[in-house]
Design a protein around this ligand. Structure first.
Ligand SMILES: Cc1cc2nc3c(=O)[nH]c(=O)nc-3n(C[C@H](O)[C@H](O)[C@H](O)COP(=O)(O)OP(=O)(O)OC[C@H]3O[C@@H](n4cnc5c(N)ncnc54)[C@H](O)[C@@H]3O)c2cc1C
Length: 348
């Protein structure tokens, strides 16, 4: 029986893969990708499957499952610039398990990223971020296998081109991330809290620090309340996280949105005159409320941005729902929503 992608994605959707290789070491990983490249076979690198929407028809090629492990902090204390620690983590490691370990050991800089599903190697792919923190703030380098050159390469943060849910790696199959090195501080206190909701929940002011373990616990609690921590018993978490990114639009388009909205629109000004607008707000005000459903799929009952599989959904139905929402927002506000997950063998 071919392996089904549905058994490896948090949406629990996706048809069969032609070939499946589970790579537990860098050698196995690179060999599998190299072998496929030599015969011109399509390759899908899959880790936690938490940012993937895969067609019901599946994937005509080789899925290489990242299962490499290892956390090394050999240079602990060697970084005089921050009195911290340089940690290199294998791409296949669970991101949240790593964050838990970091918090336990007093390594500061990733605590607000608690509860994000998936692997360490995927964190630079879309510059994961949450509750006022992004991986770009602690990323020191990325080791990758370059499929064009057939050899290992090292990326500096600048070379990673990290932006809002974006990097040089996203939607590009050229590089396989093998490991990630982070520069973390050492303290019992977190980085300054930047996110108002988190600060409120912690009972501190924005800009204050809080005990590291409290920040992790509070983030996990806030996330769970929004169905943003994986829970096999909660179909609101059968998602790919936020389905749409917050659109970044020019000032003129934003003026048009405000005119049509007739009320204040949640937004964040960018440095270059652009404005980032809340996708959740646009969706709700275009008439799509929490729980709005399609055929076996629905907007999460806890979070407007998460499109979920209610257990008997299909990728086709999920994309139909996504299209309906995208078109509704375009019609109401003149703004184009774009998907955050990577779509495999399907499109919006
Ligand atoms: C409930 C839930 C909550 C979420 N919350 C957040 C959040 O708060 N913030 C946020 O930013 N994201 C969030 N996400 C999205 C997702 O968890 C992240 O993007 C995560 O980093 C994806 O990791 P993964 O290992 O599951 O990647 P996968 O889904 O397996 O892969 C995603 C993409 O990255 C590629 N890829 C993965 N690993 C590698 C590698 N080693 N080398 C090259 N390419 C690779 C894949 O080919 C694919 O294109 C959430 C998702 C869910 C389901």
């Amino acid at each position: 029986m071919p392996e089904r992608l549905a058994d490896h994605t948090t949406l629990r959707l996706g048809g069969p893969a032609r070939t499946w290789v589970r790579a537990t070491s860098e050698t196995e990983l690179v060999d599998a990708v190299r072998r496929a490249d030599e015969v011109g076979e399509n390759v899908l690198v899959l880790a936690g499957g938490s940012n993937l929407v895969v067609a019901d028809e599946g994937f005509e090629g080789t899925v290489v499952e990242m299962a490499t492990t290892g956390v090394s902090a050999d240079h602990e204390g060697d970084d005089p610039t921050c009195g911290g620690v340089l940690v290199t983590v294998a791409a296949g490691e669970s991101w949240d398990r790593f964050v838990a370990q970091a918090v336990e050991r007093g390594w500061v800089g990733v605590e607000a990223l608690s509860g994000i599903p998936g692997s360490v190697g995927a964190t630079p792919i879309q510059n994961v971020g949450a509750y006022g923190q992004e991986i770009t703030e602690t990323l020191l380098s990325v080791e990758a296998y370059d499929r064009n050159l057939g050899r290992m390469v090292t990326f500096t943060p600048a070379e990673c081109g990290l932006g809002y849910r974006m990097s040089v790696f996203k939607h590009v199959d050229r590089w396989v991330v093998l490991s990630v090195t982070l520069r973390l501080h050492r303290s019992d206190l977190s980085m300054p809290i930047r996110y108002a909701e988190l600060a409120r929940a912690l009972g501190v002011a924005v800009g204050d620090r809080a005990p590291l373990a409290d920040v992790r616990a509070t983030v996990l609690k806030l996330r769970a309340g929004k169905g943003m921590v994986l829970d096999p018993n909660d179909p609101d978490t059968y998602s790919a996280g936020s389905f749409f990114t917050n659109p970044v639009i020019d000032a003129e388009t934003f003026a048009g949105v405000r005119e049509r909205a007739e009320v204040e629109v949640p937004s964040w000004p960018g440095e270059d005159g652009t404005v980032k607008v809340s996708a959740a707000w646009l969706i709700e005000h275009a008439g799509f409320t929490k729980g709005y459903s399609g055929d076996g799929v629905a907007i999460s009952s806890k979070h407007t941005l998460a499109l979920t599989n209610r257990g008997r959904g299909t990728t086709r139905a999920l994309l139909d729902l996504a299209r309906e929402i995208r078109d509704g927002v375009r019609e109401r506000f003149g703004v184009e929503l774009r998907p955050e997950p990577v779509l495999v063998n399907c499109e919006l």
